[in-house]
Structures are given as structure tokens and as C-alpha cells.
Design a protein around this ligand. Structure first.
Ligand code: SF4
Ligand code: SF4
Length: 484
């Protein structure tokens, strides 16, 4: 290799050592295919030792290979973080990251880019930078889905956040949320107080209307939802359906957003389930699923509310059904991660609403009148990626209306719980892209299965004056149900 310099020093982490040429070739095939769909990278070199050189007194050029540990041996022994060594640096986790695609690499520090860059910055570089970087993750799960090494990147990012919260103490908003949510009665009393306090500023269309725009600052990119005049739990004794000879019995998990902001989603679901001969119970001691606490790094309180919910759902039922994709994914996978075997029985029963209706209420059980309306679908990150539910909601839309696919249907809407409040500029841009794609599809209605996405996209469409209705899929099914 004449192009090599007279003295060649190669520096590599010990994690780059591979035991056989076959393994190296496997990594070489995976890397370019996952990065850019190429068969081979343009910069692969095979070095078998110092190359011959007539000019050198020894007859060979000089080659040094320096292998660096820098904490890698310890990380290789760590149960959760050892998976980072499966990374082949294909960069796909950066390509698909909605945040990285907007803000670029400068924000990501210099160790590496994208989701793995964030984790590696924490492990090898600078704790302070990593602390900021891990806030940038919206938790969409796109990186995990695409990773050629099968690395659970969102789980690693969550763990880093939790470590910062326990080692450095949580920021004030996280501490306040943790205090308020650890006790269900206190939390719900606070929500009821907020509902009372918001009265002078809420319109009668579900949005906060009567506040000067200047007060919203950067949050003004969407209309903000108002708390509903009555929470679902307050309506339950009156709306509880009576189903004779039920086919199945489900316990409803409401989640805070649908209980207190969008009770109409649950009311619609009650009608759909009753039309399909399903008995529904609503355990009143249920509380927030705890996902916002996990996102804030409040692991202990998150575990506490998980146990409260599991106790609330102790009564026997066939399934625990929720209309919130984020709650569904956390109840199913998050509880199992936190509580292991203790959560097994509970998590096994959890099902998202679309999957339940698609599987147990087929057309002969739940007849729908198909309208000619063009309906687009937004796939919530937690439904399509965390739970792998893709076909069920689209099949249900096709039963009820004309389903029109839109571009980047599975891209994040930019809500991400507290992310939208922390990074309004990024959140707004993701939301605008999503709404523009929906508008381009020609749809007059957009349906989704997550109240968080509803807050974002309903608020964004309202703010932009878009002539498009935004509904939960349960509302669409209720409208088209022929059994009222
Ligand atoms: S979970 Fe989503 S936002 Fe977070 S790093 Fe992965 S791709 Fe990016
Ligand atoms: S973490 Fe996965 S997707 Fe990201 S660079 Fe490494 S192998 Fe590729």
C-alpha cells in the first residue's frame, strides 16, 4: 500500500477487536446496508502488517496499533450498558431520529451522533454535556427499531436520565410532578382545582381561549387544551353501560389525559364496546400510568404509581384495555422492565383499544357503515414501534371510511410528553411537518390512538385554522357503528 504514510498509527477501542475474519465481514455487510443501503463502504482497508518499503532501513514502513480501554472493560460487564458494544457505527439511529434530523450534529457533541452518540457521550466523554443531550430525546423509539445491533437505545437514554436525577437531584418541575403524582387523591384533587382555576380562560370548545397570546411565548404554536368540565371518572356512575350476556369483560385504563381532558374518547369507546357485547369496568383507584415520571427521571415515584395501578386492577377481567398508546406501552413493557415478575400477570392482560376491537370485534360482531370520507391516520410512536401495532388501526379505518395514507405516517408528531414544553421550537416543526403531510393527503379527518398526539395535532390544526377534524379512532368507530 504505497498510499500509507511511512509511520501509521491506528487507534481503536478494545471493543473493535473481533475474533475472526468471518465476524468482521458480517459487520462490514451490516454497516453500509443499514447506513445508506450500499453493499460496501468506500473506506474499507485490510492491513496485515507493516507494508514493504524499499526506502526504509528496515525494508518496511512503521505500523503501531494502539488499543484503548478507557472504561470499556467495566461497561462490558454492566448488564444494561454492555449492549452498546453491538454498535457497528452505521449511523442509522441518527438518520431516523426526528430531533437529530432537525437540529443536526452540532447539538450532539463530538463523540458520535444520533441516539448512540448521546449514550457514548455519557459513557466516554462528558457527563455535563450528556445531561443536556439526554433531554433532547422525544422517546419515539425510531432508533431502536432501525438499529442493526438491536440496541435498546431509548431504554439506555431513560436509564441515563434516571441516574442524573438520582445522583444530582431532580430539577424543580420534576420534583413537583413527583410529589403531586405519588398520591392519587392529591393528584386528582389538584387537577380538579386546576379545572376550577381555568374557568375564566377556557372557551366552550375544549381549548384555552381567553389569554393574551404574549403569555404563551414559544408555546403559542398550538392551541392549548382545556380540562374538561367533568372528568370521565365523575361521569362513570351515570354512563356505566349495562351489557346483557357479555362476550368478554374488560377493565378500562383511562390515563390522565383522557380521564381529565378528553373524556369524549372514552365515552365513544364505551359505546363501541357495548355495541360489540363487551362488559366494561372502571377501577376508580387507578392513577397516572407513570410514564411522565419515567421521562422526568423520577424512577422511584414511577414504580410507586405502577404498584398502585396494579393493585387497582386486581379484580378479575379478560383484558385491561386503554385508549392511550403511551399508557399501553408503559403498562405492558415499562412495568415489566421496572417490576419484573411482579408485573407479569398485569402486563399480559394489557391491550390497546385498536388491537382489541380489531381482534375481538370483527364486522359480524361490530357492523360499521362505511362512509366515503377521506380519513388519514397518525401512527403514535408508542403504538407502532413500542407495541408493534400497525395493521389494526388501519384496518379499522378501512372498515369505517376511505383510508388515505399520508407521507411519514409513522413519524413522531413532536409531542413527547414534557418534550413539547421543553423544546417548543423543535416540537412545533415536527408538528407542522406532520400536519402538512396530512393536508397533502386530501383527508378531511385525521384519526389517532393517543391523547398526547391529539393534544399536539388537534391544537396545531386549530391554531393554523386547518379544515381538518382530529379524532380518536374510537370516535370514528362510534360515528359509523350501526348499533348506535
Ligand atoms: S427515541 Fe427517537 S428522539 Fe430519542 S434518540 Fe431515539 S430516535 Fe431520537
Ligand atoms: S446504535 Fe445501532 S443504529 Fe446507531 S450507529 Fe450503532 S448500530 Fe447503527
Amino acid at each position: 500500500m504505497n498510499t500509507l504514510p511511512p509511520v501509521h498509527v491506528a487507534l481503536a477501542g478494545i471493543d473493535k477487536l473481533i475474533s475472526s475474519l468471518d465476524d468482521a465481514l458480517a459487520a462490514l455487510r451490516v454497516l453500509p446496508r443499514n447506513a445508506t443501503s450500499q453493499r460496501l463502504t468506500a473506506y474499507t482497508s485490510f492491513i496485515s502488517g507493516a507494508t514493504p518499503c524499499a526506502k526504509s532501513p528496515t525494508g518496511r514502513k512503521i505500523l503501531h496499533i494502539v488499543l484503548l480501554d478507557n472504561g470499556r472493560s467495566d461497561i462490558a460487564r454492566a448488564p444494561l450498558f454492555s449492549q452498546v458494544f453491538r454498535c457497528v457505527r452505521c449511523g442509522a439511529c441518527a438518520n431516523v431520529c426526528p430531533v437529530f434530523r432537525l437540529v443536526g450534529g452540532h447539538r450532539m457533541g463530538h463523540v458520535y451522533i444520533g441516539a448512540i452518540g448521546l449514550v457514548l457521550t455519557y459513557l466516554f466523554h462528558d457527563r455535563k454535556i450528556a445531561k443536556q443531550l439526554c433531554q433532547n430525546c422525544v422517546g419515539c423509539g425510531a432508533c431502536k427499531e432501525v438499529c442493526s445491533g438491536g440496541i435498546d437505545l431509548p431504554a439506555l437514554i431513560q436509564e441515563i436520565r434516571a441516574r442524573f436525577a438520582s445522583e444530582d437531584g431532580s430539577p424543580a418541575p420534576a420534583r413537583i410532578a413527583s410529589l403531586a403524582m405519588r398520591d392519587r387523591r392529591l393528584f386528582h384533587t389538584l387537577l380538579k382545582f386546576m379545572r376550577f382555576a381555568q374557568k375564566p380562560v377556557s372557551g366552550n370548545d375544549g381549548f384555552v381561549r381567553h389569554l393574551p397570546m404574549a403569555l404563551f411565548g414559544k408555546q403559542g404554536f398550538k392551541s392549548l387544551p382545556a380540562l374538561a368540565p367533568k372528568a370521565f371518572r365523575e361521569m362513570w356512575p351515570v354512563v356505566k353501560p349495562n351489557v346483557a350476556s357479555p362476550r368478554l369483560k374488560v377493565a378500562l385504563f383511562a390515563g390522565c389525559a383522557q380521564d381529565f381532558i378528553y373524556p369524549e374518547h372514552i365515552l365513544a369507546a364505551l359505546n363501541v364496546l357495548a355495541a360489540g357485547g363487551v362488559e366494561v369496568t372502571f377501577p376508580m383507584e387507578q392513577t397516572c400510568c407513570g410514564l411522565p415520571l419515567v421521562m422526568l427521571g423520577e424512577a422511584k415515584t414511577a414504580e410507586r404509581v405502577a404498584r398502585q395501578n396494579m393493585a387497582a386492577f386486581a379484580e378479575d377481567c379478560d383484558f385491561i384495555v386503554t385508549l392511550c398508546a403511551s399508557c399501553a406501552s408503559h403498562l405492558k413493557h415499562g412495568y415489566a422492565r421496572m417490576l419484573g415478575k411482579d408485573a407479569e400477570k398485569f402486563s399480559a392482560k394489557v391491550m390497546d383499544f385498536s388491537s382489541f376491537v380489531h381482534k375481538y370485534l370483527p364486522p359480524e360482531v361490530l357492523p360499521l357503515e362505511r362512509s366515503g370520507e377521506k380519513v388519514a391516520y397518525h401512527a403514535s410512536c408508542h403504538l407502532c414501534r413500542a407495541l408493534g401495532v400497525r395493521e389494526a388501526p388501519r384496518a379499522l379505518i378501512r372498515r369505517a371510511a376511505e383510508y388515505v395514507p399520508s407521507a411519514e405516517e409513522e413519524s413522531c408528531c413532536g409531542f413527547g410528553g414534557t418534550f413539547s414544553a421543553k423544546f417548543p421550537e423543535i416540537s412545533a416543526e415536527l408538528m407542522r411537518k406532520k400536519l402538512a403531510n396530512v393536508a397533502a393527503s386530501g383527508a378531511t379527518r385525521l384519526v389517532l390512538d393517543c391523547p398526547g398526539c391529539a393534544m399536539q395535532l388537534k391544537g396545531g390544526a386549530d391554531k393554523a385554522g386547518m379544515p381538518i377534524a382530529v379524532n380518536h379512532i374510537a370516535e370514528l368507530l362510534q360515528r359509523q357503528s350501526t348499533r348506535g
